[in-house]
Design a protein around this ligand. Structure first.
Ligand SMILES: [Zn+2]
Ligand SMILES: [Zn+2]
Length: 205
């Protein structure tokens, strides 16, 4: 993946100094679980870098347009993403801990004073991807039998009898369907239910 390197100028090494950086980054593709999102255009980003005395705080946003396939109908889904860029780079390379932060929430400023924002940019964009990409919340998907797009109306195959047969064959007790179970019904059960119902009514009055 391409890098988004920023070089911190000497004047930033004074307390409370800040500077804004911006640029473009060719990401190409984002992968989330089984899903792949294409980023045809470069990501545009901007970030403020502030000297806190202890570290350089990086805070910014990245904008991207990601395309993938609808999980149900396979049509192209386009997502406009605005991700956060967040980083914390310790100035003292000997420092090992930061109050209130886990070890993976901060980094150490490289000796050459260059920071690659690319990992922060992609991490922020990944957070914005949908769990399941859909062209719309109520996408009807494809007919599992003939593959027609059901968003365009009912398909010509008229359902999926083949899948119904498959579902029945796969069910371990499918063969028991249709057996008469009339012998299991006990007349005595019905009598007891009626009796208890009557007692309850009497107690309430
Ligand atoms: Zn769809
Ligand atoms: Zn069909």
């Amino acid at each position: 993946m391409a890098a988004a390197l920023i070089k911190l100028p000497a004047e930033l090494f004074a307390l409370a100094e800040g500077s804004r950086f911006e640029g473009r980054l060719d990401v190409g593709e984002l992968r989330l679980g089984p899903d792949s999102y294409r980023l045809d255009e470069p990501v545009t980003w901007e970030a403020d870098v502030t000297n806190t005395g202890e570290a350089f705080l990086v805070a910014g946003v990245a904008h991207a347009t990601a395309r993938t396939e609808c999980a149900r109908c396979l049509s192209t889904v386009e997502e406009s993403l605005t991700g956060s860029i967040e980083g914390y780079f310790l100035i003292d390379p000997e420092q090992r801990t930061v109050d209130g932060m886990e070890g993976d929430e901060f980094d150490v400023l490289p000796a050459n004073h260059q920071i690659d924002l690319a990992p922060l940019i992609t991490a922020g964009l990944l957070m914005e991807l949908p769990g399941v990409p859909l062209c719309s919340e109520d996408c009807a998907g494809l007919c599992p039998s003939c593959g027609a797009d059901l968003n365009e109306g009912p398909c010509a195959c008229g359902g999926d009898p083949a899948l119904d047969d498959f579902a029945q064959a796969a069910h371990p007790f499918a063969a028991l369907r249709g057996l008469s179970l009339a012998g299991d019904a006990q007349p005595g059960d019905t009598a007891v239910d009626e009796g208890s119902g009557g007692n309850g009514g009497g107690g309430a009055s």
